[in-house]
Design a protein. Structure first.
Length: 108
């Protein structure tokens, strides 16, 4: 199993409503694929952690990296893990200003 953390910058046209739609879509898709994780959006940047089967997570990361709603996509950290940190969340939406929860989860 793998855990990957990335940051990106939202396009200026992205609204909080757009992010709500992203989360709704991701909750359903991640659950279907067996991927868990968390997402934070502070009005300018995204910070997301995804965990699960390596092939599935890497495929999802590839798809996300090509999404035109953001730019500057950068994987910050990745590691093999034995257990999920967000086992109960197909996608947890973290407080908009608290990227630290997601960043700290990389060490879990």
């Amino acid at each position: 199993m793998i855990r990957i953390l990335y940051f990106s910058t939202a396009r200026t046209s992205v609204s909080h409503s757009d992010v709500d739609d992203i989360v709704t879509h991701a909750v359903e898709n991640n659950a279907r694929m067996g991927i868990t994780g968390a997402l934070a959006y502070n009005g300018r940047n995204f910070c997301q952690l995804l965990e699960g089967d390596e092939g599935k997570v890497r495929a999802l990361i590839e798809t996300i990296s090509k999404d035109d709603r953001h730019s500057g996509f950068k994987v910050i950290d990745e590691r093999a893990v034995e257990a999920r940190h967000y086992a109960d969340w197909s996608l947890k939406r973290v407080s908009e200003l608290d990227f630290s929860e997601i960043i700290n989860a990389m060490q879990a």
